[in-house]
Design a binder for this molecule. Sequence first.
Ligand SMILES: O=C(O)C1=C[C@@H](OP(=O)(O)O)[C@@H](O)[C@H](O)C1
Ligand SMILES: C=C(OP(=O)(O)O)C(=O)O
Length: 470
Amino acid sequence: MQVYRYSAPEFDPYGEPRPVAESGAGAWAAPVADGPLVATVRLPGSKSLTNRELVLAALADGPSRLTAPLHSRDTALMISALRSLGAGIKEIDGEGGFGPDLLVTPGELAGGVSIDCGLAGTVMRFLPPLAALALGPVAFDGDESARRRPMRTTVDALRALGVDVNDDGRGALPFSLYGTGSVRGGEISIDASASSQFVSGLLLVGARFDEGLMLRHTGEKLPSMPHIEMTITALAARGVDVTSPEPGVWVVPPAPIRARDVAIEPDLSNAAPFLVAALVAGGTVRVPGWPQTTTQVGADLETLLPLFGARVSRDGDVLVVDGGDGVRGGAALPGVDLDLSRGGELAPAIVALAALAGGPSRITGIGHLRGHETDRLAALAAELNGLGGAATELEDGLELEPRTLTGGPWHSYEDHRMATAGAIVGLAVPGIEIDDIGTTAKTLPQFPELWRRMLHPDLPAAGAAPLPVP
Ligand SMILES: O=C(O)C1=C[C@@H](OP(=O)(O)O)[C@@H](O)[C@H](O)C1
Ligand SMILES: C=C(OP(=O)(O)O)C(=O)O
């Protein structure tokens, strides 16, 4: 077991956005929509729900079955990390065509392991507090781009909880901690303005601290509130009642986390590019399995897409988005003025759509996207402007002026949602070449095939996408 000691280069927490590869050989030619869509797109499970339930199941008081979980790079990384820490995770028969169910059997947590976080925010922010409950050292690292994602809040929180953390002071991966098998817990303050995942990671594990946890957020803003609600709801379903005596303060009582079988909802944020496609290509896109009620922020698409002129309805458990003529059919979509702080992960798809609208748009509340898989504000502006667009970065968002875009390379920056944003633009703009469509495997390995089938429902399926290997 190697405990990291290193000297780090000069650190810029967000760094320059870095395209992965030059377009050309190996690039994916984004298909253009050649008519209005009549598509039904069934989507695999939610990343956020799957990775929360994996963590909670590994900490629970008995085995839990996860039905219809997501199988993607982010969940594969979570599974191998939890296994290495001592949880038993078995694949068992599943229905639905997106891979097996998972049977999670908690085990004694033991250190002496290195955890690969890949580029998964949920792995790098949820597992360090859990690893502090293990006995022995646990090292964390990830992709090169992961080393640019903000982690200082996790490191500081662990130290405030009395955990011994060894890092190089950059507030980023890699770092290691030394678990003593228990954490006393109690009251701590953190600044979670860079990511809600700092809050979720501590809440998920707090019930297993000896004294529970009282967590206070001290920063001025807190993005992605629905994801924190998702954490609290998942805990409540397992018998842990988190209270919030005032905004930005949460109290987690020390309590057993109950074993529970849980069905994972489809990923509603991954529905975004497909639903947006109805407004670009025109026609109708239907997503079955849309939950009646949910904590997923993707549910906001029901109110966001009508701002661009879509008609959204429900047909039983199917969400139906009718995009009318769409951009390809000559519709001039209205621009929007939106605060997307609740749902930053929807922003790349919404920005791609706004870039095709007939009026100017302003999308704000998303400064924290600079610490996502890449600096998404810089990356979106660079890629759109490279095609002749007029996108201007704001401190916490983007401004877009309507322009006619022309085809060309689109870089994905190792970011699944940058890749899918490029596919959206490519529906209306011939000649978009995406350098690394494979990066969609982070949360949706089936993306290229589902996109193709959305456009050509009559063509035979190309075969199941292979399950990801981290
Ligand atoms: O807890 C979660 O599952 C997530 C929280 C959000 O993170 P941020 O608050 O960092 O945006 C979201 O963007 C991310 O995709 C998933
Ligand atoms: C920000 C995202 O991912 P992560 O969970 O890695 O933070 C995302 O999926 O948009």
